[in-house]
Write a protein that binds this ligand. Structure first.
Ligand SMILES: *[C@@H]1O[C@H](CO)[C@@H](O)[C@H](O)[C@H]1NC(C)=O
Ligand SMILES: *[C@@H]1O[C@H](CO)[C@@H](O)[C@H](O)[C@H]1NC(C)=O
Ligand SMILES: *[C@@H]1O[C@H](CO)[C@@H](O)[C@H](O)[C@H]1NC(C)=O
Length: 425
């Protein structure tokens, strides 16, 4: 997260639009067409990523783990004031006392302090282990966006990934993560903002549990800051070393960072956001409560406008005495929200407008998936960053594109058109 010009993006304290609960929220076609598939495909995505990575790394790298995560009990301590060293900004506490989350071992026994046994992870694969076994049948296909992993790894196609290149990623990485014989080892280099690192690692832990014995040995470096940092321009030319392979939540056309799902898929403790799987269920129910046609016939956005010029520019489209651009825009009051424990943050009841606007802050915004999930029409102001799935989205199919340099008219046109062609919408 981080900041530029003094603000952080995916951070409630600075705010970000959208990223909170009450935030701006929406999701549409992706979920419409892919909800059922999405959990599964997500799991596949992760697996795929790991297999690829593993293929790259496993034979080459063995490391000396400095921290062994053996206990699944992870206390989310009060880290509200944590900052990334790269972005020395003062941060505000956004929750009085962050809750303790238990990495559930015995199936949520109700006790907060359950510690899992040492050899908690099965190392062999149990087929038919019951419940939600992912579909391994040949007919299960990967979502389109999986192909981007080839693109993301292309910089190392010729050279392979060397130990030297990997180590250079320590310049900004928050942690190194290795999986060896089905166990996760983490070496922490620097504090992450809030508990991003904890939840990201938790995602890896869950991957191991879902595919016991199936995850190859691997090692990777992970940076939890919003902004991509591996500048492609610095690695062109025959004399240049290969870029450091560095995982993070987003990148853009000028950077070579490798994208990985953001921490909030597994939860965002500080703003009370639940893991994606359970949230999606609630959203689905919420979406059924108000049919699209019964929603407010306007374009809605709520977030922190001050994190980016483009958001300030968007504010000009708000309803005014003089003109109605059909946009209803609101500032997120993070301080107030945090005091009230994000009670307004029931994402499932945020889908009350026919159109929801997605606009980037200082990089990609975590709010995107929640906005898309709303089952309203997503009006997307031309984005410059991508995360792991957004390159698989198409205008006119997953979202309605909004011009960056002519936002108000572009929004009004979309809303007017949509309200006139409701069946098509
Ligand atoms: C929780 O812990 C308490 C105290 O150790 C114990 O008495 C109780 O049975 C535990 N509850 C469950 C559901 O395991
Ligand atoms: C990164 O790795 C290099 C080489 O191993 C080491 O000298 C340096 O101290 C490391 N930097 C950080 C920030 O860990
Ligand atoms: C936009 O207009 C509405 C209605 O007048 C107002 O309540 C809201 O605060 C305005 N939003 C911003 C960001 O000024």
């Amino acid at each position: 997260m981080q900041q530029q010009g003094g603000m952080m993006r995916n951070s409630p304290s600075y705010s970000s639009g959208g990223h909170s609960r009450s935030f701006d929220t929406i999701w549409s076609p992706l979920v419409k067409t892919g909800t059922v598939a999405s959990n599964r495909s997500y799991a596949f995505f992760s697996l795929f990523l790991f297999l690829l990575l593993g293929a790259f790394l496993s034979t080459r790298l063995l490391l000396d783990p400095s921290v062994l995560i053996e206990k699944e009990t992870v206390a989310v301590t009060d880290r509200g004031t944590t900052e990334s060293p790269k972005y020395p900004q003062s941060t505000k506490l956004i929750t009085e006392k962050p809750k303790e989350f238990t990495l559930n071992c015995a199936g949520f026994s109700g006790n907060d302090t359950v510690t899992c046994p040492k050899n908690n992870y099965p190392t062999s694969f149990r087929s038919n282990a019951g419940e939600s076994e992912p579909d391994h049948s040949p007919s299960a296909t990967c979502p389109d966006y999986f192909r981007w992993i080839h693109e993301d790894l292309r910089p190392w196609e010729k050279t392979g990934i060397t130990r030297e290149a990997l180590e250079r990623a320590n310049a900004t990485a928050n942690f190194r993560l290795a999986i060896i014989n089905g166990r996760i080892y983490v070496e922490k280099f620097r504090e992450a903002f809030q508990t991003r690192d904890v939840f990201t690692i938790w995602g890896f832990v869950q991957l191991l549990r879902r595919y016991p014995g199936k995850i190859p040995d691997l090692e990777l470096m992970f940076d939890c800051v919003d902004w991509p940092v591996v500048k492609a321009a610095e690695f062109v030319g025959v004399d240049q070393p290969p870029p450091p392979p560095l995982f993070r939540y987003c990148a853009n056309d000028e950077t070579l960072d490798i994208v990985f799902p953001d921490w909030s898929y597994w939860g965002w403790a500080e703003v009370n956001i639940k893991p994606w799987e359970s949230l999606l269920k609630e959203l689905r129910e919420g979406n059924q409560r108000t049919k699209w046609i019964d929603r407010e016939p306007y374009a809605y956005w709520k977030g922190n406008p001050t994190v980016a010029e483009t958001r300030l520019d968007l504010m000009k489209c708000n309803l005014s005495e003089e003109y109605d651009w059909k946009a209803r825009l609101y500032k997120q009051d993070w301080v107030k929200e945090s005091k009230e424990g994000y009670k307004q943050s029931d994402l499932a009841s945020q889908c009350h407008h026919r159109y929801k606007i997605y606009i980037e802050g200082s990089a990609w915004s975590v709010s995107e998936k929640y906005i898309l999930a709303c089952d309203s029409v997503t009006l997307m102001v031309k984005p410059h960053y991508y995360d792991f799935f957004t390159r698989g989205m198409f205008p006119g199919h997953h979202y309605w594109p909004v011009k960056e340099d002519d936002k108000c008219r572009s929004i009004k046109f979309a809303v007017d058109w949509g309200n006139l062609h409701m069946r098509k919408v």
